[in-house]
Design a protein around this ligand. Structure first.
Ligand SMILES: Nc1ncnc2c1ncn2[C@@H]1O[C@H](COP(=O)(O)OP(=O)(O)OP(=O)(O)O)[C@@H](O)[C@H]1O
Ligand SMILES: [Mg+2]
Length: 200
């Protein structure tokens, strides 16, 4: 399976979620990011394929297991990469500018790939007594207003998701350690699994 992360908007969590998924599935990451510093310092050396600016996008086999982390900039190779993917995960945040960019990005992706899931990322925990998470509901309502066919999956704000570059192990590994770590990683792990299970 080829899983691509894309959103023209920056800082939405493409690289962070790609890293978490790469550790979980034990798959390599292919990126077009100019420096790819975070990827290189987090992943084992041979697990990051760094596309140079003029390097053509590789033709991968259908049964390849790889994750694409695309920077949010214009790159002619994007069309080929997104088209080749089994599915595209579009992380977003809950602010107006980002949501607008996300809606436009989905439109762009749909031209080459209709298998899309939005990750409503860095969602804060609802205040005590609140039955629904308004923060998440706002994102899914906004996305589904323009793209009613696209599933929206919640990914909570979690230090364990963020600290992948320090821990360098999957959320599953942390979860299996038990105790408090298990408690804190249960929900993020479930949510990250849900992001790609939509494509199976
Ligand atoms: N679920 C999360 N919980 C906590 N922190 C998060 C989460 N997702 C992302 N972050 C944090 O948000 C910041 C931006 O994330 P990241 O660099 O992955 O975004 P990006 O979309 O790859 O950005 P760019 O477009 O610059 O490549 C990082 O500091 C990251 O650790
Ligand atoms: Mg990135």
């Amino acid at each position: 399976m080829i899983i691509a992360f894309y959103n023209e908007k920056g800082g939405v969590g493409k690289t962070t979620l790609a890293l978490n998924l790469a550790y979980l599935l034990k798959w390599p990451i292919l990126t077009n990011e100019s420096k790819a510093t975070l990827l290189k310092k987090t992943m084992p050396e041979n697990a990051v394929v760094h596309l140079k600016p003029n390097q053509p996008f590789p033709q991968l086999k259908k049964d390849a297991n790889v994750i694409f982390d695309f920077g949010g900039f214009i790159d002619e190779r994007l069309e080929k990469g997104l088209g080749m993917a089994t599915g595209v995960i579009v992380p977003t945040r809950n602010d107006f500018g980002t949501l607008q960019g996300t809606i436009e990005s989905i439109q762009e992706i749909k031209e080459v790939n209709s298998n899309i899931v939005v990750g409503a990322n860095s969602i804060s925990t609802p205040r005590s007594g609140e039955k629904v998470n308004r923060n998440f509901e706002d994102v899914s309502q906004m996305i589904n207003k323009y793209h009613p066919d696209i599933p929206v999956v919640q990914v909570k704000y979690s230090a364990y998701i963020e600290d992948i570059h320090i821990n360098k192990v999957s959320l599953q590994t942390l979860h299996d350690r038990g105790g408090l770590t298990k408690y804190h990683t249960t929900t993020p792990l479930k949510q990250i699994k849900k992001l790609y299970e939509v494509f199976k």
